[in-house]
Design a protein around this ligand. Structure first.
Ligand SMILES: [Zn+2]
Length: 259
């Protein structure tokens, strides 16, 4: 059995972009941790940052709990995720504690800096985690990893880059069988739904997720899908470990994969 860490910037990002895939992996008996860099402390118009981040941590934990996954907050704050020395050490410690074989993170190009900086931090933390002399500064540091984990990128939030080009994708996962679970996971994020209604003018959070999951599935003839890209930069693992774990649920998207 493998250990999978799905780590993105904010509570709900993983559920929207990879919740079905995480449900499939759990169903197959793999260990899944869902981590968010921030706890969503800016996502309210009428509650304190402390109050809303506490609520959102509970919502994220409940969402992860639906599939038997753990939830972890990495201690960052909204709009304050930067690719710097202290942050890289902190993310490296998260990797050393969770000890994943597979890491799935944010697209390197997306609509906001928190997402892009998360992507860069996680990529470099994967590289740093096996370097035993790289100290994380944790009071009780975990041991270095044995090797660099397999690294995958989720889609950007809309499935397209901000310049309107299509996201680069290597394969699509058929999440039709677990789509109801994915919906139930996202439905736990009650406070975020309210915030998006006010701040983004988004009437129906759930419908938006359904539309984007349907659209991703269309790339591969699935009713509902989630697409991913494997990072194959030197010296990251090249073998298709996540694809192999998902087996027949995936369809490779031709001529799109690259580093
Ligand atoms: Zn986000």
């Amino acid at each position: 059995m493998s250990r999978v860490l799905a780590i993105h910037a904010h509570p709900d990002d993983v559920e929207i972009l990879a919740g079905g895939t995480m449900a499939l992996l759990r169903r197959a008996g793999h260990t899944v941790t869902i981590a968010t860099m921030s706890a969503g402390d800016c996502g309210s118009a009428d509650r304190s940052a402390e109050e809303i981040s506490g609520m959102r941590r509970k919502e994220a934990k409940a969402a992860a709990g639906l599939i038997g996954a753990d939830y972890r907050w990495c201690g960052f704050f909204d709009l304050a995720i930067f690719n710097d020395d202290v942050s890289r050490r902190r993310v490296t410690e998260v990797l050393r504690v969770t000890r994943p074989d597979i890491v799935v993170t944010a697209s390197p190009v997306d609509y906001m800096a928190d997402h892009e900086n998360t992507s860069a931090l996680v990529k470099d933390a994967c590289f740093a985690a096996p370097a035993a002399l790289y100290a994380t500064g944790s009071p009780q540091p975990a041991n270095a990893l044995i090797s660099i984990p397999h690294l995958y990128y989720m889609d950007p939030l809309t499935g397209r880059y901000p310049d309107e080009t299509d996201a680069i994708r290597d394969f699509c996962v058929d999440v039709g069988e677990v789509f109801a679970t994915k919906q139930a996971m996202l439905a736990n994020h009650v406070s975020q739904r309210e915030w998006l209604r006010r701040h983004h003018g988004m009437d129906d959070y759930m419908l938006q997720m359904e539309t984007s999951t349907r659209s991703s599935g269309e790339t591969s003839g699935f009713q509902f899908g989630e697409c991913f890209r494997q990072y194959r930069g030197h010296p990251y693992p090249q073998t298709p470990l996540l694809q192999d774990l998902l087996g027949v649920a995936i369809k490779v998207i031709p001529n799109k994969g690259s580093t």
